[in-house]
Design a protein. Structure first.
Ligand code: NDP
Length: 338
């Protein structure tokens, strides 16, 4: 079978393409330039049948008309993830039009598609006004970020702008299925902070994707002891997230479902404790508190994004935070001068 992956040049998508190839799928990726496509062709040389098509801007009408031809399933992963938008529309247009654009192109040009999986986010699930202790599940929807952007526009917080873009995109995805009754059934993967080794093209630490860039700040000296414990989020390993996307294409019961793909809360302190062990002489890395109490405190002071449905239905055995952080740190050291 052939799978289309949109935005194949990204952090999560490059691992997902790798997982698809390992599972024997012919894989077509959309990328913005031949340079990005050729990097991936080189990366996956000898690993399977990978090719790419250029889609310069996912927000444009009909952008995916060619890309969707001759594929059996689609993973829509492209969407801007950054906290630098001035006007929320800078994120909303590619997020929403990108999602609807893929679905419209499938409808027009490929009625044989059986399943579409989109990379949503816990951003579409969690409401920031709900404080710990609290466990979010797939039944929850973010109820605060869209109203915040409607009310405050450009003055809305950067995280509300991003979170609203993901919520609007996912809502559009489910609405399309309900109204258009397409040939395919859909599923969403909703990860929290995705961490792990970097295999996509990236010239410098500054240009890393948002989630790994935030981690790298603890390695390069952008964070100090004063920033500890730096908690507040949940995380998942990028390889688990990639595998969940593949399984969401394969598992029949995944149709119509959302999956939080997450392995619980983490903090900057957790990063530092693991990094201190790995690089004991590196003074750029703040000294973390390795006591059991510090860990328990993070768990009790964070909301939980419950990833158990994904583990069960998609058979994901989550990596430990130690393994994820070690592999991520080693991959950054091997690629950049840090
Ligand atoms: P990346 O920034 O590494 O990947 C985003 C991809 O989308 C890139 O390939 C990028 O292309 C492409 N893209 C963005 N905007 C456009 C556009 N207007 N036209 C064409 N292509 C575009 O981020 P991640 O891998 O982290 O994110 C992938 C997906 O996962 C996103 O949907 C994100 O919202 C979601 N997600 C990520 C999380 C994380 O912690 N990383 C957590 C939860 C969800 P280019 O490289 O050329 O810019």
């Amino acid at each position: 079978a052939t799978v289309l992956v949109t935005g194949a040049s990204g952090f999560i998508s490059s691992h997902t393409v790798e997982a698809l190839l390992e599972h024997g799928y012919k894989t077509v990726g959309t990328v913005r330039s031949t340079a990005k496509g050729d990097y991936l062709k080189d990366l996956f040389k000898g690993k399977g049948d990978f090719s790419y098509v250029i889609v310069e801007d996912i927000g444009q009408d009909n952008a995916f008309d060619e890309a969707v031809k001759n594929v059996d399933a689609v993973l829509h992963m492209a969407s801007p993830f950054h906290f630098e938008a001035d006007d929320p529309q800078e994120l909303f247009v590619p997020a929403v039009n990108g999602t609807l654009g893929v679905l419209k192109s499938i409808k027009k040009n490929n009625p044989d598609v059986k399943r579409v999986v989109i990379t949503s986010s816990v951003a579409a699930i969690i409401s920031s006004n709900i404080k710990p202790p609290h466990t979010f599940t797939e039944k929850d929807w973010n109820e605060v970020s869209i109203p915040a952007c409607e009310k405050d526009g450009k003055k809305a917080s950067n995280s509300d702008k991003y979170r609203a873009s993901k919520t609007l995109a996912e809502q559009a995805f489910w609405k399309f299925q309900k109204e258009e009754k397409p040939s395919w059934d859909g599923a969403t993967i909703n990860p929290p902070m995705v961490l792990g080794p970097v295999i996509h093209q990236c010239e410098s630490v500054d240009k890393l994707n948002t989630s790994v860039k935030m981690f790298s700040d603890w390695m390069v000296g952008n964070k100090t002891k004063d920033d500890l414990p730096g908690g507040g989020g949940n995380w998942v390993d990028v390889r688990d997230c990639a595998l969940a996307h593949v399984r969401a294409l394969e598992v029949k019961e995944a149709g119509g479902e959302r999956f939080i793909c997450g392995n619980g809360p983490f903090s900057g302190n957790d990063y530092c404790v693991i990094l201190n062990k790995l690089y004991p002489d590196d003074k750029k890395i703040p000294q973390g508190d390795a006591s059991e109490g510090a860990r328990e405190k993070i768990n009790s002071e964070s909301t939980i994004h419950d990833g158990s449905k994904c583990a069960k239905v998609l058979d994901i055995k989550y990596h430990s935070l130690e393994t994820t952080v070690e592999d991520m740190a080693k991959s950054l050291k091997s690629r950049f001068d840090i």
